[in-house]
Design a protein around this ligand. Structure first.
Ligand SMILES: [Zn+2]
Length: 326
């Protein structure tokens, strides 16, 4: 199949007409396509979002386009002196009206018994030339739904790569291609539950820290050394505690894996040093930079990365330094 010389993306572009036509039929209304981008490796259609445009509808439209490609539909063009003239003939015409201003010649592209759109680009003459249509991504931004798609050989390559990834997921989860969706949902639910439990455990562990008063109320210190707490809970705890005047928080938390179930080559820990803003003598950023080496932040709140086997020494050193500065 030879691409049009004038417009090398004629196949992808014509498939876009067929796809938006299929979406319109399913959504039961004329859609507004704000922009279509065609690139060497993929394409994106920017469509004004309608309420019914969920993934199920988009995938159904994809299936309908492939059916139209398989059965073959002629693609015809008509020229009118203006958009109004075109609309007299085709009242349900899709047109990006913001781009067609004033009286100017308008070309209408019809996909036989399927879609009508005003468009000045080049198109193939029959949908069979599109070969194969694949939606490769859907995202929403404001009131625009961005749909990535591929056509023909490009789509076959994407499908091959996607299937390889799916088989790798089956391999990693012990599922087969029919059960993988349910297996992944189950893993996600289990993970959410465990993460919730770990967050609760982290909160309880941190809340059990007893305040340590430094030199007749000059400061109240909360310090501790932990394993595997959720870091976001440590940050929230530190934030909450240092809202109280004279409060200082020093917490080290060992990370026992890198999140991929592989033991990290050199076990590390995070360190959080935070102080109420009234304690001007305590510069947390400077302390973390000098003692931990890796990390930093603001003068009243800083985080760093340290070696796990140095956690206790580093926390002791920071406590000693803080006491000296008060
Ligand atoms: Zn077009």
């Amino acid at each position: 199949m030879q691409e049009s010389l004038e417009f090398p993306f004629a196949r992808a572009h014509t498939a876009e007409h067929a796809f938006v036509g299929a979406l319109q039929n399913l959504a039961g209304q004329t859609l507004s396509v704000v922009k279509v981008e065609h690139r060497e490796k993929n394409n994106t259609a920017f469509i004004k979002t309608v309420l019914k445009m969920d993934l199920e509808l988009i995938l159904q439209a994809q299936e309908n386009v492939n059916q139209l490609i398989k059965t073959g539909r002629s693609v015809m063009s008509y020229t009118f002196s203006s958009l109004d003239e075109a609309k007299k003939q085709f009242p349900s015409l899709r047109a990006n009206e913001e781009r067609i201003i004033g009286p100017q010649q308008v070309t209408v592209i019809e996909i036989e018994n399927h879609d009508l759109a005003a468009c000045a680009r080049d198109h193939v003459t029959n949908l069979t030339e599109c070969d194969f249509f694949l939606v490769t991504g859907v995202s929403n931004s404001g009131n625009i739904t961005e749909i990535d798609f591929s056509v023909g050989l490009q789509a076959r390559e994407v499908a091959t790569r996607a299937l390889q990834k799916l088989l790798n997921i089956c391999n990693a989860t012990g599922a087969n291609i029919n059960s993988v969706e349910n297996t992944v949902k189950k893993i996600k639910n289990q993970n959410d539950k465990l993460l919730g439990d770990l967050k609760n455990y982290s909160r309880k562990s941190l809340d059990s820290l007893q305040p340590y008063t430094v030199d007749s109320n000059k400061a109240t210190l909360f310090y501790g050394i932990f394993n595997d707490l959720i870091d976001s809970e440590i940050l929230a705890f530190a934030d909450k505690r240092i809202a109280n005047s004279n409060a200082i928080v020093i917490i080290a938390n060992a990370l026992n894996d890198d999140g991929n179930n592989n033991p990290v080559s050199e076990p590390t820990a995070t360190i959080v040093v935070a102080a109420n803003e009234s304690l001007k003598a305590i510069d947390c950023n400077k302390i973390v930079k000098e003692i931990a080496g890796r990390g930093g932040g603001k003068s009243h709140f800083a985080t760093g990365l340290i070696k796990k086997d140095e956690m206790a020494d580093i926390v002791s050193t920071i406590i000693a330094l803080v006491k000296k500065k008060l």
